[in-house]
Design a protein around this ligand. Structure first.
Ligand SMILES: O=C(O)C(=O)Cc1ccccc1
Length: 310
């Protein structure tokens, strides 16, 4: 298997910075791709061992291009996650002044994070989306746009200068990135893990979503992401991307997935992996009555009842 990780490039993305925080990157070749889709395709085609892509940010929620890639096509699996605090720099060619800027570019996920700043400082500027923040910087270097929002670290790589740094509409904005590979045995549980799934309901009926969520709720499983995505089958047809607290080897999670498999049209398992914010949760886990021991003891009691040994 090739020891390379694909990532959303080009060089100088936040994605690259987040990826380099993983110790195993020291022994991997890191290969930039122009889009999330092409990075994930490299994994599907066996050209890369795994791909590292943004999946969620604390300002706008799920990054839909990534979710849609994971929802459809040949199954992939999340191996790891990384959280990165994000502030933007406004990068320009040397000598450009704020008053010279007529056009600006960045990744679409950057826009909601800098919207207020733009309104206050560059209200008439024309925004155009770039394939990534570093790609926006590259386009400014080429003269296609006057300015790009990107990480300050991207300035040197593209011969630009930061006219302004620390731009962030929301305090503590974070982006979550995931390392995605082909289906494999999930990493061993750490005690602070997350399980990601996609659910398709069997039929439309009142309370259908509540029925799905009930499988988690009755087993005391906290949810960390719930994002609906259109299935493409028409207005009102959605599947649900869910991140739940816990590991598939925890009884409560395995039982919730068993229940979901019974009642859903389809369940896609996207992996169980260590939480990047381990220790930050104030939700007591496991909830009373949902530990592995309690599941085993209860199943044991039912077996004894079935046997007439109660
Ligand atoms: O990694 C990047 O630089 C990206 O283009 C994705 C992104 C977009 C907005 C915030 C963080 C990462």
């Amino acid at each position: 298997m090739p020891a390379s990780y694909a990532y959303l490039g080009p060089e100088g993305t936040f994605t690259e910075v987040a990826l380099r925080t993983l110790p195993e990157t020291a022994t991997r070749e890191l290969v930039p791709y122009v889009s999330v889709q092409s990075a994930l395709d490299a994994v599907r085609a066996g050209e890369a061992e795994a791909a590292f892509v943004p999946i969620e940010n604390s300002v706008e929620g799920g990054i839909t291009t990534t979710l849609d890639e994971l929802v459809a096509g040949q199954p992939l699996m999340i191996y790891r996650e990384v959280l990165l605090s994000i502030t933007f720099a406004l990068l320009v060619r040397p000598g450009t002044k704020l008053s010279d800027i007529k056009t600006v570019t960045a990744h679409p996920a950057a826009q909601p994070q800098v919207r207020n700043w733009l309104k206050a400082h560059l209200p008439d500027v024309v925004w155009e989306s770039a394939a990534s923040n570093a790609d926006g910087a590259r386009l400014v270097q080429e003269g296609r746009y006057d300015a790009a929002f990107a990480g300050e670290f991207a300035a040197a790589r593209y011969g630009l200068e930061a006219l302004e740094t620390g731009i962030h509409d929301a305090e503590n904005a974070q982006t979550r990135f995931v390392l995605v590979g082909r289906p494999a045995r999930p990493a061993a549980p750490t005690g602070a893990d997350k399980t990601s799934v996609v659910l398709w309901q069997r039929d439309d009926h009142p309370g259908a979503l509540r029925d799905l969520l009930g499988e988690f709720a009755t087993r005391g499983i906290n949810l960390m992401l719930l994002q609906s995505r259109p299935t493409g089958a028409g207005i009102g047809n959605y599947c649900f991307c869910i991140d739940a607290e816990g590991h598939i080897s925890d009884r409560r999670v395995a039982e919730a997935l068993t229940g979901l498999k019974r009642i859903c049209l389809q369940v896609r398992y996207l992996g169980s992996y260590p939480r990047a914010d381990a220790g930050a949760s104030d939700v007591e886990t496991p909830r009373p009555g949902t530990s592995d021991e309690e599941f085993v003891a209860a199943a044991d009691w039912v077996a004894r009842c079935q046997d007439g040994r109660f």
